[in-house]
Design a protein around this ligand. Sequence first.
Ligand code: AMP
Ligand code: MG
Length: 596
Amino acid sequence: MTDTLLSDCRVPVLGICAYSGTGKTTLLLKLLPELNRRGLKVAVVKHAHHNFEVDKPGKDSFELRKAGADQMLIGSSNRRALMMERPVEGDPDLKELLAMIDQERVDLILVEGFKKLALPKLELHRAEVGKPFVFTQDALIQAIACDDATVLPADCALSRLSINDVEGIADFIQGFMARWTPVAPAPLGPSCDSVERKQLSVTQGVQRILAMVQPVAETESAHLTESLGRVLAEDAISPVNVPQQTNSAMDGYAFAAGAHDDYQLVGEVFAGYAHEGTLAPGQAVKIMTGAPLPEGADTVVMRELASEQAGRVRFDGAIEPGQNVRQAGEDIAVGATALNAGQRIDAAEMGLLASLGLAQPTLWRRPKVAIFSTGDEVCAPEQPLKANCIFDANRFTLQGMLAKLGCEVLDLGIIEDNEAAMVAALERAAAEADVVITSGGVSVGDADFIKDALAKLGNIDFWKIAQRPGRPLAFGSLKGKLFFGLPGNPVAVMVSFMQFVQPALRKMAGEADWQPTLIKAIATEPMRSRTGRTEFTRGIAALGAGGQLEVRTTGSQGSGILSSMVQANCLIVIEEAIDQVRPGDAVWVQLFADLM
Ligand code: AMP
Ligand code: MG
């Protein structure tokens, strides 16, 4: 890889460039709180004149540096500062400065004032300052934020933002972050094409989306019966030992292991009760499964191996001291973490929490998701079907999948194909929900209502993902909320939801590091694919005669055939590198089980 200014950067770097007097710092002072509010940690690198001071004469750190400390590092529990003497000719080396930022701890680096360097930038412009545009000389300018009085040249293809619209600029920055990939940028010059869009791989698409998702911040507590499908916000720490007492794993007899031929029977203990007193050597009690072991006993023999006669009991076979006994805290000790924060609560987790007496777990708030369908041809299923129309399937597959993901759904119905209606629906959706999902209207051939409406309200990219089905996908931020514009075809909607929306919603819901579960199955028929594209084929996986998991397709893979999703129990995931699948080849399958 060529060594360029940003080739070592692990997070997006965006320059903010303008002539002095335009208000770079003023904007940054408003932008930083807005980016923080959206959960982003930001580093700022600022260019300064050669002998700037951050320290004051009289302070120890100042005096120590003046006395000759070549590097002066001062730290407290809240803050640290490193001052280094590094005289260079001309401008400071930005690459070196960027390397000093702790990139593990930030999501974004903003660079103020290295106007001439080869990094992507946002240009700020105010007509009253009376300076020329930077973008006409710099192909790395990504957008221009200016005042109303600014007149852009007619051939300017950059997005225009208002320099006073902090939210709009924050939307743009989040869009920029989502598009960013850690590669060397093209050098300055006319050959640089910063708007070139290649097809994204499925993995790249998911990574870009996840980079923009922030988990919800609010928690609430709910009763266990209300917590199915929700995500724990705090570790579940066991307040008790499980089991609470050392107890018997069998119906049988408890005693202290020792060299006795038979034992004197001194009592009987049932689950939920205790034997009073301590067993002496040679004594035994009859004991039920789960009943606490009496003091003095350490071993249980099952009833089937015992013979009782005249108040005494003897056993067949060898006895191992300690056998058939469950120790207190053996399953979960008091104080141990039984479930980690970020765990989604399913049936087993509900049971486990209940078994610890944690009836009121602290949960993350459910993400709220607004959905609507688009298209004049789309009819609500409650209405009679109009000529040349189709019933709306997508809102219902979406509702089903969102419910499985524990989301709160705001159903905005079907929005007709006109820009004003679309703008109104998108505005309401973004105001009321954390995520907005639409279906239809994002393909190349579609009327442009959605695209125009989206361009007005947010920063949305139209991605071509190298996958089938479900290629067109619009994604970005809309008034600070996440937006997914899914394709119209019902199967494509479900597949794109599974692959792209699901990981985003799981992260937002607080689920830690979710990954789809993929398992290998043997293909029983040839499956078509093409290198460079991920194929999601609807499949039916079942155990074959040889005891191995096998998978066949549901047949025709048209992306409108919703019945094939009903027949299928998995997606067969044929990766980009594979051009063909023959019978007997192992393929990955992603079971529907966790979503449908
Ligand atoms: P579009 O992406 O809008 O061009 O839609 C692609 C195909 O999906 C068209 O045949 C649409 O009629 C169909 N479609 C769009 N929205 C829905 C919906 N909500 N339910 C069922 N089919 C739809
Ligand atoms: Mg349409």
